[in-house]
Design a protein around this ligand. Sequence first.
Ligand code: ADP
Ligand code: MG
Length: 519
Amino acid sequence: MSQKIARLPEEVVNQIAAGEVVENPASMIKEIIENSLDAGARRISVWIEGGGIQLIRIEDDGCGMNPEDAALCLERHATSKIRTEKDLQNLSTMGFRGEALAAIAAVSHLELMTSDGCKGTRIQAQGGRIAVVEPCARNQGTTIVVRSLFFNVPARLKFLKSSAASAAQIVRIVETIALAHPEVSFSLFSENKTLVEVFPNEKKKRIESLIGPMPHEIKQGSIWGLLAPAEEAKQQRRGQYLFINRRPVFSPLVSRAVKAGYGTRIAEHAYPSFVLFLSIPPGEVDVNVHPQKKEIRFADEGKIFRLFEQAASSAFETGPSFTEPLAFTRPVFALAEEAPPPPHRMHSTPLSFDFPLIEKPLAIAEGFLFLQSESLLLIDLAAAHARVLFESLSEKKGAVQALMWPLEAIVDDEGIAEELQSMGIECRWIGRRTLAVDALPAFLNGADFPDFLQAWREGKRIDLAASRYARGAKQRFNLDEAYLLWKQLQQCREKRYDPAGKLIWDRMDPSRLKRILEG
Ligand code: ADP
Ligand code: MG
């Protein structure tokens, strides 16, 4: 082959980089708003059309740019925010890479109007190439208009969400940023509809105006935040917001810790809504992570878990803040009485032999559990596992376990996230083709999840996927776990056959044993 190495043209490099920095309208809007915040804006307005795919227009009243900076800001690695490597240690701005505007410009028709209060400048660029630079009239501040997104990268265009889904994503982004910046006005309009409109306010009021009542306040050292009432917990983590130094981040660890802090006030499968801010010295978090990766890792997980659990539970001890005494109609602690009994934990509770029959797990061998009952029972663990898993997935019942860190899966089937969610598998897109899985039904093991996913994608049939997974699962049951599985099987609608029609267990009564032995 006569392949030669060649440097890619600048335009292609920018297009590739653009895909990483800004993958959809929502992530572009996030970058542009963060620039406005870095510029000290007090009022930020966003207009979108077609879910941002046709048009994004963002206006701010920040410091603006002079004509020289305006001409530079669309270039890659052009930034006013850091000068040397040392500045990276003490970042106070949201952006610093100098990549966002260049990336957005590379894949759109971009128009920039900006003024530093002295001179106004208007710039037009297509696919990153500057076509027009001219003076214009504008008050101090900046307007950025992005049209025809991905006009030159049709493959990306094809994979964008529908405009409704994209608009929903944009609402989430704008609301998230607005939560952390109560001193700034935000508005978001889509096709003449107002989707978000908030004015400068005290931080608690800002949060409640966006999310609803949050009566429990946390004030502990470096953590400040608000918790929603336990009875308003949701089925998903949508109502959970965590910020570290005002940057929105995602941490299943913190999510679990806060839930633990609610204790038995909250139902087993519910997620409490919260808005939490953690401030730590900038030097102690790694900000140099990928701009789209919001997952955050902590050096000392145990410490962070205890910190948040304790902070959350203390919010209930002190009760609602006294500045709003009428927010409550009944005392907080009444909730504890109404709460369901403590959750049944899969592996830590001692087995209670509360069956009508006296049963005793005897041994496991060759994938079978031997159980002493009124006669000897032989239980095929793979078949039992398949049945339990099948009913848990198809009826979305049974416990769901949050994963410490999300699993990532590369998939490209459209709609797969919704399909998995409908089975109780909590997941979300974190890239065009990357799915993050946050929680799995019990009896579906994280390490084997890729096998399940593959089995599912092949036939889109829960019965086949459950059977195949259970047969192949590397998870080996110990005696206690096997017995727990047997008990779980007693909760199933069908207790005798697995989803493929295979017998799950059989009785070895003395006459049958005798026949075996006598050949
Ligand atoms: P970064 O934010 O990482 O520096 P960007 O590509 O997002 O990189 O922006 C490049 C530069 O353009 C910024 O450093 C800033 O100087 C300027 N800039 C961008 N948006 C604005 C704005 N809304 N107001 C004032 N200056 C801006
Ligand atoms: Mg920026």
